[in-house]
Design a protein around this ligand. Structure first.
Ligand code: ZN
Length: 359
């Protein structure tokens, strides 16, 4: 606030009553004694952070923190790199304070579901910060692949500037050809998983980066997470969050991948998102939506100015683009379904299918 002198110290966040009478020689604003942390879980105003992000230590030490008041209304989400002061010992009951949030390299968003709608309209939620890869987990059978859901995830990834990776599970039940054919125009990387596969390929794709995993229930995402990160390791670091009840099961949690071979390389982090059933895309513009469909982009060059690319646009060049065989008609249909879901003028049946991730 301009012109208003503010000093921030323990008193502001009421961590330890009585300490405000201490000499203020250690009072920041620069917080020179701050240590860097990485937010791995968020639960009702408590942030679980680890301090040793870059080191190949198997069991990261977890610190529980709260936000310092000076952060204002800035949200802190899983994946954020933060500066911590106060008690960063990680001892039981210790509480540190987050005084800074580093600039984010990426922001994965979703528009909140309808039941979270407020008077201002649909809320935009940040799912994860600083992710480098979005792993879209889809089964090849039981349940069958839902390209509508995959398309939606691709749009969210491209919009966030995050590289997508298609992870096709249950590869023992069906071949990947049809799905891969559907995406043949995209430079979309993929890995295959079977119940008996050793996950070497998956681990290689996850190494040295932060990856967000999304997928519907039943596609084998939880199984994959359990195989990648053994339960004993998973418990470490998120103990405080898990101990606080079921709330955690619906929010994102970052898990450090273990070393499976002797190497100094960072095996990477995965962020599980149990509560994310779909990516609402109301916050994504029609042009940004097109980023999820690079195979259609060139076709829009012949569209009239300000074409909305909907079926109602008589002059939209995308129909001719598809008819001429430049792109798959199913891709255009998917793009237009996402356009309709964005503007909200979709039928209840379509909306239900979309939430189920149906193609
Ligand atoms: Zn058009």
């Amino acid at each position: 606030m301009p012109g208003r002198r503010r000093e921030y110290d323990e008193e502001d966040v009421r961590v330890r009553p009585g300490r405000s009478s201490r000499p203020r020689t250690r009072t920041r604003p620069l917080h020179e004694d701050a240590v860097e942390g990485f937010v791995i879980a968020v639960d009702r105003g408590r942030y679980t952070c680890v301090l040793d992000v870059g080191t190949p230590q198997e069991q990261p030490e977890a610190v529980t923190a709260m936000r310092a008041r000076e952060l204002g209304r800035k949200s802190v989400v899983v994946g954020d790199r933060v500066s911590l002061v106060g008690d960063t010992s990680g001892a039981p009951g210790a509480l540190a304070r987050i005084v800074r949030i580093a600039e984010r390299t990426s922001v994965l968003r979703r528009t909140a579901d309808d039941d979270e709608t407020t008077a201002e309209g649909r809320l935009e939620r940040v799912v994860v910060a600083n992710a480098e890869q979005l792993v879209i987990v889809s089964a090849l059978a039981d349940p069958p692949p839902r390209t509508g859901f995959i398309d939606r995830c691709l749009v969210a990834a491209y919009d966030a500037g995050i590289e997508p990776l298609l992870c096709l599970t249950k590869a023992d039940l069906a071949p990947p050809d049809a799905v891969l054919d559907y995406y043949r125009e995209l430079d979309l990387r993929h890995v295959l998983c079977r119940p008996d596969s050793d996950l070497t390929e998956v681990r290689a794709a996850l190494a040295q980066r932060v990856s967000v995993l999304v997928g519907h229930s039943g596609v084998g995402k939880s199984t994959l997470v359990n195989r990648l990160v053994p339960a004993a390791l998973r418990a470490v670091g998120v103990v405080s969050a898990i101990g606080r009840g079921r709330h955690t099961s619906t929010s994102a949690v970052a898990l450090r991948l273990p070393h499976v071979v002797r190497t100094r390389d960072d095996p990477g982090w995965i962020v599980d998102t149990p509560g994310v059933r779909s990516f609402g895309l109301a916050h994504v513009s029609a042009d940004s939506l097109l980023h999820g469909f690079p195979d259609l982009v060139e076709g829009t060059l012949a569209c009239p100015p300000n074409c909305e690319h909907t079926p109602a646009e008589a002059e939209c060049a995308l129909d001719a683009w598809v008819t001429a065989g430049n792109a798959d008609e199913r891709r255009l249909a998917s793009y237009r379904r996402l356009l309709a879901s964005r503007s909200g003028d979709e039928s209840p049946e379509v909306r239900r299918d979309r939430e189920l991730g149906m193609p």
